[in-house]
Design a protein around this ligand. Structure first.
Ligand code: OAD
Length: 238
């Protein structure tokens, strides 16, 4: 299927919450997902932060704490394996660190990282958090309150131009475990070359229209991704 290659393909993988679901991290929009239990406006907007920073810190503290209780699943490991064979860039909407912990590299965190915090006043003052808990009164070197290093609704997604360029240059694009509801990330697939191979892995029906060379595996990432990765490696070592 898809384009014929004369050389090793460049691969870009866009991941979302679904790839971490089998590790035990809730997705956002599935039944019982995070946005059923928490109001986006309260915990994922600059307005929510201004209204009640303690509530916001606590929401991300709990999610950061959960990272110590979960481990990468076969889908994360499959991508690390893919990187041993091809040039692969991972663009993730996830704020967890499971790609890294599976041994993957070249990871762009479009929506930020749970294990980082930053000054609420100077966005470039970013720090690794050693501990899961960040409290009101924890400050940066300039004395500003620290906030989660997360892209909230209504904020810029600084890496989007670079991500779009990576997708444009890719021969094969994987889209794994994202409902493609949140822009601008959801629009990335439309930057792909028309004849690039697109591989969608998500157990649910997806609304993707006018995308040429798209194949949808309606399976869990932990089932489909290791198999599809092995098939790709076999195809190019044949
Ligand atoms: P969603 O919760 O919107 O979508 C998760 C997707 O994963 C759905 O399409 C599910 O069908 C699929 N899924 C569930 N289990 C799966 C499995 N085992 N294997 C593969 N797929 C599975 O999450 P995202 O699309 O990642 O942003 O959400 C995008 C952004 O919305 C997030 O980054 C977050 C959220 O608001 C911020 O917080 C800034």
């Amino acid at each position: 299927m898809g384009k014929n290659f004369t050389k090793s393909p460049r691969i870009v993988v866009l991941t979302g919450a679904g790839i971490s679901a089998e590790s035990g991290i809730s997705t956002f929009r599935d039944q019982g997902g995070l946005w059923e239990k928490h109001d986006i406006m309260d915990v994922a907007t600059p307005e929510g932060w201004r209204r009640n920073p303690s509530l916001v810190l606590e929401f991300y503290n709990q999610r950061r704490k959960q990272l110590d209780e979960v481990i990468p699943n076969p889908a994360h490991f499959a991508l690390a394996k893919l990187q041993k064979h091809f040039q692969v860039d991972i663009i993730t909407q996830n704020v967890d660190d499971l790609h890294e912990r599976a041994g993957a590299t070249n990871i762009m965190h479009l929506h930020g990282e749970l294990r980082k915090v930053r000054s609420e006043k100077i966005p470039s003052l970013i720090y690794d958090t050693k501990h899961w808990e960040v409290k009101l009164g924890d400050t940066c070197e300039r004395g500003h309150q620290l906030r989660p290093h997360i892209v909230w609704f209504g904020e810029d997604v600084p890496f989007i131009p670079l991500a779009a360029q990576m997708v444009e240059n890719a021969d094969i694009i994987f889209v794994v475990g994202t409902s493609l509801n949140v822009y601008p990330a959801a629009g990335l697939l439309y930057h792909a070359q028309y004849n690039a191979r697109k591989i969608l892995i998500d157990p649910n029906e997806m609304q993707v229209e006018n995308i040429f060379q798209l194949r949808h595996f309606k399976e869990k990432a932990g089932d489909a991704l290791p198999r599809v990765v092995d098939e790709l490696i076999a195809e190019f070592s044949a």
